[in-house]
Design a protein around this ligand. Structure first.
Ligand code: GLU
Length: 295
């Protein structure tokens, strides 16, 4: 019965999203999928990619496994929990298939999507104009901010204190560029050599430097060992590493809008976007945010 209710609510969400598109007159409104979408798992109008998922019976989703509240895998039970885990499950339910989670990092999520090992990514993945050139992103379902974690003994309290420091960041993340932009904005460093398109954390040497790592636990260890002076990424990701003797600096900056990423031009992109739009307007997203204590 609860499942039935959920399906009805999902279908309603999609109708609402469809109505929204029509009233905005967006490109998406030109494709008449809104009515069809209400017939849950009626894939007759879907393209091959979505049909393949339906006939496979599994939606393969890239998720984080160490971001509490978003994507977290319990080391004992192996169970995944978090807002992105629930959203992925809801998308799979809508398609009438099972969900399979694959743990990804900022560095691996796009490779796995490109290779077809996963169908979509729900992994604290920030929507940027640059990324939109390579992948499709849904409407955002959450907005986070970037901040910096430090060992209290280092006496680093603000953006200004990061001048001439070495900062640990994840490869493939927005973190280094966001921090440099903020330091320029706050006039801590000069922006003369900054080029938004060409910025590379590996070669940036103007008033702050970066060490890139493949995953977050390694950056945390490097911070303890003094290999880096600070650890910069989205606050939601840092939360798990905020242990005794560590603090965030006072500033948080660079809003990070998280969206579901799919292959560029994939039919799945529109299906997912319709669902997220519906859930954003019917309160499902807000409910997940509060259930996962993300507010
Ligand atoms: N959200 C940021 C990004 O997409 C931080 C990296 C991450 O998600 O791991 O670049």
């Amino acid at each position: 019965m609860r499942k039935m209710k959920k399906l009805v609510s999902l279908a309603l969400s999609v109708v609402m999203a469809g109505m929204l598109f029509t009233s905005c007159g967006s490109d998406s409104a030109k494709t008449d999928t809104s009515g069809e979408a209400t017939k849950t798992a009626d894939s007759s109008k879907w393209s091959k990619e979505v049909k393949d998922i339906v006939s496979r019976g599994v939606l393969r989703v890239g998720v984080k496994n160490a971001v509490i509240g978003f994507g977290y895998q319990d080391p004992l039970s192996n169970e995944y929990t978090g807002m992105e885990i629930s959203l992925a499950k809801d998308i799979a339910d809508y398609l009438g298939v099972k969900v399979e989670y694959t743990a990804v990092t900022a560095a691996t999520r796009t490779e796995l999507l490109d290779s077809g090992d996963i169908d979509c990514v729900l992994a604290t993945f920030t929507i940027t104009d640059e990324r939109k050139k390579s992948w499709d992103f849904s409407t955002p379902y959450y907005t986070d901010y970037v901040t910096v974690l430090v060992e209290n003994s280092k006496n680093i309290k603000s953006i200004a204190d990061l001048k001439d420091k070495k900062v640990g960041v994840s490869s493939g993340s927005t973190s280094a560029k966001s921090l440099v932009k903020e330091m320029i904005e706050k006039k801590v460093i000069s922006g003369d050599k900054f080029n938004e398109e060409k910025f590379d954390p590996a070669t940036w040497k103007e008033g702050v430097t970066f060490q890139q790592y493949d995953d977050y636990p390694t950056i945390s260890t490097a911070l303890s060992a003094g290999e880096v002076d600070a650890f910069c990424v989205d606050k939601s990701i840092l939360a798990v590493y905020l242990t005794n003797g560590r603090s965030y600096i006072d500033d948080q900056f660079a809003p990070q809008e998280y969206g579901v990423a799919t292959k560029k031009g994939s039919e799945l992109s529109k299906v997912v976007d319709d669902l997220i739009k519906g859930w954003n307007s019917d309160g499902t997203t807000d409910k997940l945010i509060s259930e996962n204590k993300l507010k």
